[in-house]
Write a protein that binds this ligand. Structure first.
Ligand code: FAD
Length: 408
């Protein structure tokens, strides 16, 4: 059976790529080690994903958004960053952009389910479940994958979407910078008595981070970061003790809390591949850039990068070029680096400051947050990115009549 592209991993990135690639006329085989049932009807993994407007537009255009129930989509009206116990806050309000919200929150398993529905319907996509990819080999003309059962598949191009710890990235000889933060993130939904007003809150505490993602019906996804050696104790303690710790850390912000569902832990490791392509091979999703979840950008970067890669492949195809040619992959590499590198670096530095409790680090982290609040242009750029508005139109709303410079 002939395929144009082999995709390793049917997570959100692999499925989104497969569906978009099929739309430009490519035949795609996507392999995942999970069962058919798990892929079609994934279990809740505790992740609530903040989706930026730009990413939502991509999901809407490909028909995935329609498969997400309306009441499972929670709007983010504003976002606030809080610096430890200080009264200072850094605020992101979409008012200046003309948008009414910064994005929406959707549970990761519903995103995966929706993308699976879209991909499975495409005639150009074949999904192989229980298909564990054990090796990858490339030559000048093609890439070959071998599955655990010994079967092999060959195509002009292979795409790795097999998590931030991608084995095929390593098989392709691509190095990656990895940063183990030594912390574990514990996620869990909670009901609360005070309204959140659909404001997302990110609190940089000195004993670990704390984020509140506002969900419909006075519920929130509460994401807490702790040193890794405390995580198992916090996971196994009973709900009442966990609620007490969380209420204390939130300082009464959401009133009384009640756990809803189980808590799930994620070790925090940031990953940035040195290159996003090699001969007849490219990395997407977390396999390319595994962001620290504090920025809520892993999925967003993934899907925006995928749309960009498919755009370059489409250009190659329309010019009758080999779709595995270096030029298309190189263009994606350049664009994806531009999109992801600044925020990846900024996050690394910020987390570094909040896990070092020396006096210079305390001064530096306060200065960093104050600088973003005071330097309005930096905020305008972030806002324009989140709301998918042109920066020019953000500035025009603030300065309807731009001052004219005198002619000399
Ligand atoms: C707690 C938490 C909160 C987050 N919140 C946000 C947020 O608010 N906003 C945001 O944008 N991002 C967020 N993210 C990031 C987001 O969840 C990820 O970026 C995204 O899920 C990555 O998708 P992926 O398809 O690249 O990888 P994955 O979801 O990891 O999927 C990889 C797939 O590859 C398969 N696989 C792996 N190896 C093989 C193999 N050898 N053979 C066959 N199959 C294989 C796996 O079975 C899996 O199905 C968060 C992450 C976490 C942990």
């Amino acid at each position: 059976m002939y395929f144009d592209v082999l995709v390793i991993g049917a997570g959100p990135a692999g499925l989104a790529f497969s569906a978009l690639a099929a739309d430009i006329g490519l035949s795609v085989a996507v392999f995942d080690r999970q069962s058919k049932k798990n892929l079609a009807d994934p279990q809740n993994d505790g992740r609530d994903i903040a989706i930026a407007v730009k990413s939502q537009t991509i999901l809407q255009d490909m028909g995935a958004w329609d498969f997400i129930p309306d009441d499972e989509i929670s709007p983010i009206r504003k976002a606030t960053v809080i610096d430890g116990d200080s009264p200072f806050t850094l605020n992101f309000d979409p008012e200046n952009t003309g948008a009414t919200q910064l994005g929406n929150i959707v549970s990761n398993h519903l995103i995966k389910q929706a993308l699976h529905k879209v991909a499975a319907k495409k005639t150009g996509v074949t999904i192989f479940s229980n298909a564990d990819v054990v090796s990858l080999e490339r030559d000048l003309q093609s890439t070959t994958l071998v599955l655990k059962d010994g079967s092999a598949f060959t195509a002009p191009l292979a795409i790795a979407a097999d998590t931030r710890f991608s084995k095929t990235r390593r098989d392709a000889g691509i190095k990656a910078n990895m940063h183990d933060f030594g912390h574990t993130m514990i996620v869990g939904r909670m009901r609360h008595t005070k309204p959140h007003n659909h404001i997302a809150r990110e609190c940089f505490r000195y004993d670990g981070g704390l984020a509140v993602l506002p969900l419909n019906n006075n519920r929130a996804s509460v994401v807490q970061t702790f040193p890794a050696d405390r995580a198992s104790q916090l996971l196994s303690m009973d709900d009442q003790d966990y609620v007490r710790i969380t209420e204390h850390r939130l300082g009464g912000l959401l009133g009384e809390l009640e756990c809803e569902g189980e808590r799930i832990a994620y070790p925090l490791v940031g990953v940035y591949a040195r290159r996003f392509y090699a001969k007849r091979f490219a990395l997407i999703g977390d396999a390319a850039v595994g962001m620290h979840p504090v920025t809520a950008h892993g999925f967003n970067f993934g899907i925006q990068g995928i749309a960009n890669l498919v755009h370059h492949l489409s250009n190659a195809k329309s010019r009758n070029l080999d779709i595995g040619n270096d030029a298309a992959l190189k263009a994606y590499d350049r664009d994806h680096r531009r999109l992801t590198w600044p925020l990846y670096q900024m996050t690394e530095k910020m987390i570094g400051l909040y896990t070092t409790n020396t006096v210079p680090a305390r001064i530096a982290r306060k200065a960093a947050l104050h600088a973003v609040e005071v330097l309005q242009p930096a905020k305008d750029i972030v806002m324009a990115q989140l709301t998918n508005t042109q920066l020019r139109s953000v500035l025009k709303r603030k300065f309807p009549v731009l001052p004219r410079l005198p002619r000399l």
